[in-house]
Design a protein around this ligand. Structure first.
Ligand SMILES: Cc1ncc(COP(=O)(O)O)c(C=O)c1O
Length: 388
């Protein structure tokens, strides 16, 4: 049986919508974009939603909107995603990497506190694989030092921290829609915030720096203010087509989350019963993960991945190189191996099993059997254990 890691399958209403959007001739900034921005913000319990052509772009736009750049420092996890690093570096700011928690793989609040200097302007907390960061201490530290708190919720649309939606806790949260919890069937990103000024600025910057109307939305080409610049910006729109498709997908998010949580519970039950020597996904009383990925950690990650591949199962190692060990980063910032041993170990051992809505009960059983089969005869040791 072939089991891909993810499948993007358009539904009949999405197919129909494609034709409708094409007929409107709208390429961006139409009613579907505005609807999606409103519904995304509502999902996260926030006042404002703004979309862009990717999560990376949104992160860049937000740092630009906050005038974070040369001479400033931005704290981010060493085991983070390169797009976040790109946003910081392309603004001319200094990335300050911090250590991960050995069990959750998310950034450690004490590491954030220790990294703050008089030059720090922002903290970017990544909810890795759909498991929320421990946000309260991070927000507390950040606000004590007047730092901008960005939640990278690219993986975490639908996850909750203490009953609050991931992405709806910091000063701004952002998402990616390129085949994540929901899909825009193309690159796409969106941010949510309660800060009207920030929403206006991000919205304007992604639209060539044009003025905004009273809804923080788009001015029209027919509007006399079309050429009124607030400042110089970028062309980073989410296309109308992608916004329309993502908006339809957003309405299915509750069922996607339910499916993923059920699938994750099944894997965990099977792996615990079999006593496989894997570090299993974390759990915390305050966390309701959405399981964009069902991620396990094993020193024999590559061998396990190979075993699964032979059985037609696509397991993926997401971000196997920590940011501080990327070649251009080492060259530019003189970072080196051994600086963040926990993050390095997590990156070396990470493996994500298929867990999306395409995973039927049969497929889930097939993956669980294959993982257990790989370790058969070598039971016990470190199930769900955190090893530094
Ligand atoms: C953790 C994380 N942050 C940010 C991004 C950036 O999103 P995008 O690919 O939409 O630029 C990604 C993309 O995969 C991601 O995994």
């Amino acid at each position: 049986m072939k089991i891909p890691n993810r499948v993007m399958a358009p539904t009949s209403d999405q197919r129909q919508k494609v034709l409708e959007v094409l007929e409107t001739g709208k390429t961006y900034g139409g009613e579907d974009t505005e609807r999606f921005e409103t519904e995304l913000a509502a999902w996260c319990g926030r006042r404002y939603g703004v979309t862009a052509n990717s999560g990376t772009s949104i992160c860049l736009l937000a740092l630009d909107a906050k005038r974070i750049g040369t001479g400033d420092e931005v704290i981010l996890p060493a085991n983070g995603y390169v797009g976040v690093l790109a946003a910081v570096v392309k603004r001319g700011a200094m990335p300050v990497f911090v250590e991960a928690d050995a069990e959750t793989s998310n950034v450690r609040p004490d590491a954030v506190a220790a990294a703050v200097t008089p030059r720090t302007r922002a903290v970017i907390a990544i909810h890795s694989y759909g498991f929320p960061c421990d946000m309260d201490p991070i927000v507390e530290i950040a606000h004590r030092h007047s730092l901008f708190v960005v939640e990278d919720a690219a993986h975490a649309l639908g996850a909750e921290y203490k009953g609050r939606p991931a992405g709806g806790i910091g000063d701004m949260g952002f998402f990616s829609f390129s085949g994540k919890m929901i899909t825009a069937f193309g690159p796409g990103g969106g941010a949510v915030t309660d800060d009207r000024g920030l929403a206006e600025d991000v919205s304007s910057l992604r639209d060539q720096g044009r003025v905004r109307d009273h809804r923080i939305s788009f001015v029209r080409r027919t509007d006399s203010r079309w050429y009124d610049q607030r400042w110089v910006g970028y062309n980073m729109h989410l296309t109308e087509l992608c916004a329309a498709l993502a908006c339809i997908d957003l309405r299915r998010l509750p069922q996607y989350i339910e499916h993923r949580r059920r699938a994750a519970a099944y894997y965990t039950m099977r792996f615990r019963e079999a006593g496989v020597p894997l570090q299993l996904p974390p759990s915390r009383p305050w966390a309701a993960p959405c399981y964009l990925h069902y991620t396990v950690w094993s020193p024999e990650r590559d061998a396990l991945r190979e075993t699964l591949a032979v059985e037609g199962i696509e397991a993926i190692a997401l971000y196997p190189t920590p940011l501080h060990l990327l070649k251009p980063v080492m060259e530019q910032y003189k970072t080196r191996a051994g600086q963040f041993p926990i993050a390095e170990r997590l990156c070396n051992e990470t493996l994500s099993l298929p867990v999306g809505p395409h995973m039927t009960d049969d497929k889930l059983a097939c993956v669980a059997d294959a993982v257990i089969g790989h370790f058969a005869g070598r039971k016990s040791a470190t199930t769900a254990a955190a090893r530094p």
